[in-house]
Design a protein around this ligand. Sequence first.
Ligand code: 4AD
Ligand code: MG
Length: 481
Amino acid sequence: MSRTKIKDLLNATDFGQQVIVKGWVRTFRNNQFIAINDGSTLNNIQAVVDFASTDEALLKRVTTGAAVSVTGELVESLGKGQRVEIKVTELEILGDSDAEKYPLQPKKHSLEFLREIAHLRFRTNTFNAVFKIRHALAFAVHKFFNDKGFVYMHTPIITGSDAEGAGEMFRVTTIDFDSVPRNEDGTVNYKEDFFGKSTNLTVSGQLEGELAAMAFGEVYTFGPTFRAENSNTTRHLAEFWMIEPEMAFYDIHDNMDLAEELLKYVIRYALDNCSDELEFLKNRLLEEEKQKAQNERSELDLIAKLNFCLENNFERLTYTEAINILKSSKPNQKKQFKYLIDDWGADLQSEHERYLVEKHFKKPVILTDYPAAIKSFYMRRNDGDVSGKETVRAMDILFPGIGEIVGGSQREERLDVLQKRMEDLHIPVGEMDWYLDTRRFGSAPHSGFGLGFERLVLFVTGMTNIRDVIPFPRTPKNAEF
Ligand code: 4AD
Ligand code: MG
């Protein structure tokens, strides 16, 4: 007889069948009722042991966190809260769990506490729900692009270039084997010449994606990216996953259409395939809101928020239009913003982005045509800029509660313009000859964008800290697990 997953038993109707269930004990009540969870569903199954006929020493080992295997008859439950239960005939402890030491108790733990035990937090319902949704969203991303004929490209993790030109990179070094096991003073030496040049962990797969797009037409990457920005916020990670499609012959409007379609598709997919998990997280949020003071922010119902996002077109406007709205906005006039908007050219902070999305338009927003000075070197320069106001065909998508979720652009396809721009910014043109070859041989208009995967998971799960939507977060001063 083989093991059945709890998910497949909860709605079963063929009572009387013999089943084997394996999982971890959530609670054990009255020396009789074991609540077992095996990760296949948020719900536990109740296994009822006959304590009179069960070895007492064995029962003592049924503790929260222990791994168990139970065999027995599936019966209709007379108790409240469950349809079915297992009348246990055989109980086996697969792995003990010391009740005194096991950090997860059958009560609600704070997210801060659970972050400190990230290696065990998978076993809670909240993280079961979050990471199931994360999985579903990743799957939906691949399905979306696959169905459209995009080719999934694996771009390198170790690179010699800085795709964003922002200099926020982690250097790659090797341990000098001559100094191993240790120098006399206990240190080891590091070398940077493994590749014969200095290398870093990639900040974006875009540049390599562009090369592939110039052959396949439509490609995407979906991989880890690394940024050494010293931002200790609830929206930044040092290691995050990014989805980066790159498409030949797309202009910025095609780019915006694709990004909006992708976002709506994956949100729809989560709603259709993760209803139990979303319902659980929605209720969790509502509970939390109830406990907060009345005057604190009141979150919309999570599922209503997701549906709202699907039913409305994202608002599209230029950076210049946004600056005008922000300039005359109440928080700007009353000096409530931390950074006041007084001139064209200012970089938007997340407080401004969130004002536009949450207060002004009250829906997702796509901002385009940013000042060239605050955007990356590869973005397509707009022709006919008013003097002093040089703009590029950038597009950022801003989401409620999140701020920037997507950053992208039409790319500069003209060799001379691109080369001049790189020289002006002191980007080593010689080292990036491979990139410029795309503009030398059959250059074509093309576009792409990057969707921050954790920011997407944040939005869909309604969680508020990015550390809670990636299994093992890396942030400044924190890479424990
Ligand atoms: O706007 P960014 O920096 O754009 C790029 O990297 C482009 N090369 C993308 C492209 O056009 N192919 O980053 C894109 C997105 C952001 O909008 C944000 O969602 C996410 O990546 N992101 C981060 N997410 C978590 N932690 C960080 N430190 C992030 N930095 C960017
Ligand atoms: Mg950006």
